[in-house]
Design a protein around this ligand. Structure first.
Ligand code: PMP
Length: 308
């Protein structure tokens, strides 16, 4: 993947290669940073780019910064404006992935969260699929557990915590699976390595609650609303046992990167008939109409980039 031309760095848009840090940087040595992942969708009919729910993403970003005691001189509105400006500056006309990152920038030795100074970057790059098998992923239950709230809180999108995701993802992929599902220490289903999980059983959609060491996904919140309000489906947030997954009618992942991925096999067991299910397909249609700005009702979630 080519590096972008420009990046937002500590309040200014600068050429990407000018945004550099030293090797002693605190966030690099100790993982003391927080990040986000947002998508921009190019609507070719309208010749417009829509950034999906940036204010909600930046609200979570600032919440994550609070967990690490970071005092960032930005609001969700100012970060959204910086993001739009960065995209305009590079005149992107295709789908993009936006990566906000704040990290302690001090070049010192010493593990702590106090008396440190944060730095802030936003990058944007053209982006396609995150998981290749979107209509039929074969996933495994990872032998790695999800980080617990009293270890590294998963509700914060904390840089260092993603070693947990990387361990489960790599072990899954190197064993021939498309993705990993991770369990909490209590044995309940938490989420995928970088996405939330949903199960359809007897016409009801079930997803793990926010107390199950999940990242509280913006797409998760979007799916819940679209399932209830557009598809008239009941959604329950409750703990899920591992073997409930094997016996589900349908299973799918949701997240900014994966968007919507149908899980059709877990650890060599087909989910139902081993094909993408009907509700998953319906939700996918509604979701893509919404994110591309084709649904008037949810147009307020789509922030236009280019001035008309
Ligand atoms: N869980 C984890 C661990 C993630 O990294 C992500 C991606 N940010 C998600 C869930 C999905 O969150 P969102 O819908 O906000 O992208």
């Amino acid at each position: 993947m080519a590096t972008p031309e420009y990046v937002f760095f500590d309040g200014k848009i600068v050429p990407y290669h000018e945004a550099k840090v030293g090797v002693l940087t605190h966030g690099l040595n100790y993982g003391t940073g927080i990040f986000g992942g947002i998508r921009g969708y190019w609507n070719d009919t309208e010749k417009q780019m829509f950034v999906f729910r940036p204010l909600d993403h930046y609200k979570r970003f600032l919440d994550s910064s609070k967990i690490l005691r970071m005092e960032l001189p930005y609001t969700k509105e100012s970060l959204t404006e910086a993001t739009l400006e960065l995209i305009r500056k590079q005149n992107f006309r295709e789908n993009v992935y936006i990566r906000p990152l704040a990290f302690y920038g001090d070049e010192i030795i010493g593990v702590r969260l106090h008396n440190l100074t944060p730095r802030m970057a936003i990058s944007a790059v053209p982006f396609g699929k995150y998981i290749e098998q979107e209509e039929g992923a074969h996933v495994t239950i990872s032998s790695w557990w999800r980080v617990e709230d009293n270890m590294i809180p998963a509700r914060g999108k904390i840089v260092g915590a993603y070693v947990n995701s990387a361990l489960s993802k790599t072990d899954a992929q190197l064993s021939g699976f498309d993705e990993a599902i991770v369990l909490s220490q209590n044995g309940h289903v938490s989420e995928g390595s970088a996405e939330n999980i949903f199960m359809v059983k007897n016409g009801v959609v079930v997803t793990p609650p926010v107390t199950e060491n999940i990242l509280e996904g913006i797409v998760r919140r979007t799916f819940i609303q679209l399932l209830q309000d557009e598809l008239g489906v009941e959604v329950q947030e409750r703990s899920i046992d591992r073997t409930e997954l094997f016996l589900a009618d349908e299973l799918f992942f949701g997240g900014t990167g994966v968007q919507l991925v149908s899980i059709t096999k877990i650890d060599h067991r087909n989910i139902a008939d081993g094909k993408m299910g009907p509700l998953t397909m319906k939700l996918r249609d509604v979701f893509f109409d919404v994110v591309f700005g084709r649904s008037a009702k949810y147009r307020n979630w789509c922030m236009p980039v280019y001035k008309k």
